[in-house]
Design a protein around this ligand. Sequence first.
Ligand code: FO1
Length: 322
Amino acid sequence: MSEARAPQVVVLAGGVGGAKFAYGLMKALPDPRALTVIVNVGDDFEHWGLKICPDLDTVCYTLAEMENPETGWGRRGESWRVLAEVERLGGPAWFRIGDLDLATHLQRTMRLRKGEPLSAVVADFCRAWGVAARVLPVTDDPVPTWVLTEEGALPFQTYFVQRGWRPRVRGFRFHRAAEARPALGVLEAIRIANVVFVAPSNPFISIDPILAIPHVRSALGGKTVIAVSPIVGGQALKGPAAKMFRELGWEPSAIAVAHHYRGLATHLVIDRRDAAQAEAAASALGGEVWVADTVMSTPARRVAFAADLLRRWHQAKGPSEA
Ligand code: FO1
């Protein structure tokens, strides 16, 4: 293949699935620095007097190959001595913070308290952890997600962890999203991107909060936006995405995902198991559907999947486009 100029790639991501896909892209690209990961901040909250940023940490730990392989979040080889002692002292232990993970929250909180922007802290952490890709919070402003359920509005981690995502959802609120500003570099990264991917993250609680930040959705207008379905065979590989589709009145499927991304994505990638839905999904999306092996069961599969998509994108854009 002719020496393609290193394409500038952006991926919108949140949660464990998003982190895995970002890892695959980083490893599949000729230059990892050509990848910018724009991350959801709706899961962020204060706990133990510390600023916790689960999706940013899950992305950075995964890109640094130091994530907990069982859970996908938190650190590999973690110990739980501080958590156990906090519990013994009567403190909250429902949100499990390990000893290594605690260092991230302590250092981040100290720097934020000095007035530093979250994006600057993340950039320094990535350098310290040897992460070559650029990781950006979609905004430096707090925009906490509230989950509207049959029991009323719940803060995100209360819904997700304390209640184990059992309450039936009716909707979501991204608190003060309209007042938030995209973090430095976010709109520019999208503007110069040759292609934008939407990771197989939960559309409602990982992707929509990113799109709710002013100017992000309009910056994506006119771009090639390739979304990866987080629903395979009617199920989510992890987390409440399928349950949320159902509770919001949609049969969870690749077609439902296509409807959700209509007007945003130019392409939707669905799993082989959903190949029969390709045509219906393409008309629901108003775009193109690619069928691929999307299950990222191992780090090697993440890279193979991302490389497959990059190859299809190169072929689809043809020799003419820049
Ligand atoms: N998810 C859980 O289900 N239980 C936990 O105790 C938990 C702790 C935790 C600590 C740090 C962190 O970065 C993530 C953590 N998560 C935990 C995941 C967190 O709820 C994320 O918001 C989800 O992964 C959704 O993105």
